[in-house]
Design a protein around this ligand. Structure first.
Ligand code: CA
Length: 396
């Protein structure tokens, strides 16, 4: 038997207990929970086959009461002795995509980000579009290209046309960017024709991941009118391997910033679901931004209510992301296009001035949130390296 030793001040203590899908050499991927520097194999520890699957979906589909019960069981289990076969050092396991991603939606919920992009893309107009403070703006993305942290990102190719170019050209993206976001995972879906009220958020949404919504700005700026993001986004979206249960984020809840004008009734919250989560973006090991999630204008409960108000169904494994998290200060911007103001104000990486991502670059997004008794808990980080565009593009 093994007793798990949780280091003092661990960001993965008993108040966190994130879920993921892991494998060890020669064994199939299955569900585990992270405790300190260990991964607990839940199929072995709890003797329940729902955890012997390569995805969290079957467990998530069992619903809120079951999530609460299992979390309580795990807390008791890991405080005592566990069978040796149930415990693995986190450094010795391979992590996999934690969920079967059903549908994927990306919102645009930071007023600072939306206003900055408005100023960059439409310099002679109002920064925010007239709808922005009335509804959480979003678009449907591509669930099949959501990848787990650690997966290399291949530079995409496509059509790009700068304003001064006479015609578009084809080739590797020249303005490859990041977007630091949170992602919310639907645990129990909703029927077609049945909107999910804001008050049902906590019983529907299982947990939270960190998201990097990779963005090819040159492809995006040429293609996006009038239907919105398409190939400039759909080549890859990275998520963290660990899913922090919403149940672990009780201490992080804060009101959203004041919403003026008052939203329509279906978007009004009686209990606040803003989240006081601090993100950090590292570019080749250097922290270049610290975006504060508490500044987000729309809450994730409002996003889910809006996403379903037309009667759209949701399913176990749906992922909806918040949109780039940007605060009011320059060092709080969650995308390079904002940090470098459209590439006109380079960042110093070490001694080198840089604007967008180059091949071989490495991006890691981390985040922490308040836990009980002045402790902190971590979200799983989301990390990836940029690989060169495929060679066939030379013939493009
Ligand atoms: Ca985005």
């Amino acid at each position: 038997m093994t007793a798990i030793d949780i280091p003092e001040h661990s960001l993965f203590g008993l108040a966190n207990l994130p879920y993921g899908v892991f494998s060890t050499p020669g064994a199939a991927p299955r569900v585990g929970v992270r405790v300190g520097e260990s991964v607990v194999d839940l199929a072995v520890a709890l003797g329940d086959e729902v955890f012997a699957r390569p995805s969290l979906n079957p467990f998530m589909a069992q619903g809120y009461d079951r999530w609460v019960r299992v979390r309580r069981q795990i807390t008791e289990l890991v405080s005592g002795d566990l069978p040796d076969a149930a415990v693995h050092p986190v450094a010795e396991v391979t992590m996999h995509l934690p969920i079967d991603v059903a549908d994927y939606v990306d919102f645009y919920a930071s007023e600072h980000h939306a206003a900055n992009l408005g100023r960059l893309f439409r310099p002679n107009a109002e920064p925010l579009m007239p709808n922005w403070k009335h509804l959480p703006v979003g678009y449907h993305g591509r669930s099949g290209t959501v990848v787990v942290s650690g997966t290399d990102i291949v530079r995409p190719c496509g059509q790009r046309k700068a304003p001064e170019d006479a015609a578009p050209t084809f080739g590797p993206c020249r303005r490859l960017d990041i977007e630091a976001e949170l992602g919310f995972i639907v645990g129990t879906g909703s029927e077609l024709g049945t909107p999910v009220p804001v008050a049902d958020f906590a019983s529907r949404v299982f947990g939270v991941v960190l998201v990097n919504d990779w963005s090819a700005r040159d492809i995006q700026s040429w293609e996006y009118v009038p239907l919105g993001p398409f190939l400039g986004k759909s080549f890859a979206t990275s998520i963290s391997a660990w899913v922090v249960p919403l149940l672990a984020l009780a201490e992080a809840r804060v009101p959203t910033p004041p919403q003026d004008p008052e939203p329509l009734p279906y978007l009004r919250e009686s209990e606040p679901w803003g989240l006081d989560i601090d993100l950090a973006v590292s570019w080749n090991g250097q922290v270049v931004s610290r975006p504060p999630y508490r500044e987000m204008y729309w809450s994730p409960a409002q996003m889910l209510a809006h996403l379903t108000i037309n009667g759209a169904a949701t399913r176990t494994g749906d992922l909806y992301a918040s949109g780039t998290v940007s605060g009011p200060e320059k060092h709080q911007r969650g995308a390079l296009i904002e940090l470098t103001w459209g590439g006109t104000q380079p960042i110093r990486l070490g001694a080198e001035p840089r604007t967008f991502l180059e091949d071989g670059d490495h991006i890691t997004i981390t985040a922490t949130a308040p836990g009980p008794n002045a402790t902190r808990i971590a979200l799983g980080d989301v990390s990836a390296r940029i690989l060169p565009a495929p060679q066939w593009t030379a013939a493009g």
